[in-house]
Design a protein around this ligand. Sequence first.
Ligand code: ADP
Ligand code: ADP
Length: 227
Amino acid sequence: GRLIRLARANKRYSNGTLALRDMTLDVNRGEFISLLGPSGCGKSTALRMMAGLLEPSSGSVEWTAGAKGASEHTRDVSFVLQEPTLMPWASIFDNVYLPLRIAGVSRAKAADEVRSALALVGLSRFADVYPRELSGGMKMRASIARAMVTKPRLLLMDEPFAALDEMTRAKLNDDVLQLWSDLGLTVVFVTHNVWEAVYLSTRVVVMAARPGRVLEEIAIDGPQPRQ
Ligand code: ADP
Ligand code: ADP
């Protein structure tokens, strides 16, 4: 089923920049979509609109669960950004634990879920460590664990691996694919790396800049969603 529909969504920022022109896209449950295009083509803008953090200037961005309001669905969206946004004063365990507690999950259940999330990303032995003690790749794993632990209906990733070396990046690509298929996630992944887009996705949405717009959509005969 469909999760989100963007219908001729335009975005003009208050300084006059037309960041996105007539973007039409359906995001279906279980897909792994890559938004591929050069810097400035509106990829982040599109992502923020899907998250409900930004309203289109015209056109629409609608979630299928019509009963849910905008403030409701934003809770079901997780973001992973290039800069790991871990809290430096909290252990890796607490970084993953706090979002669950804030979401109202009991202490015992939250602790269980943190342990399985850390196991999934290979950080079980680093629960008590602080972010500054981890490598870039490990910090990214912790960010992914934190994004997943609340079981979002949609995982948005904005050039998450751009700052990492090629080896780490390749390994994380495989890990994200594994998590996506194991957990049955729906992912929209922003990248300007064509190989990464093709490797990861069930569908690549190719964008161009000035103004940002969709050039074409390419279905990839690679990874397949579970159901
Ligand atoms: P306002 O509506 O208050 O003028 P904007 O929507 O223009 O704010 O900007 C919101 C945020 O985005 C600000 O923090 C601003 O610094 C930042 N920003 C402004 N221009 C750009 C740009 N070209 N690229 C990325 N971020 C920008
Ligand atoms: P991408 O993620 O593909 O690099 P963005 O969505 O960040 O593209 O930006 C698309 C265009 O909109 C760019 O020209 C950028 O400078 C501009 N832009 C992004 N955010 C803002 C903002 N808050 N205010 C004004 N212009 C912005």
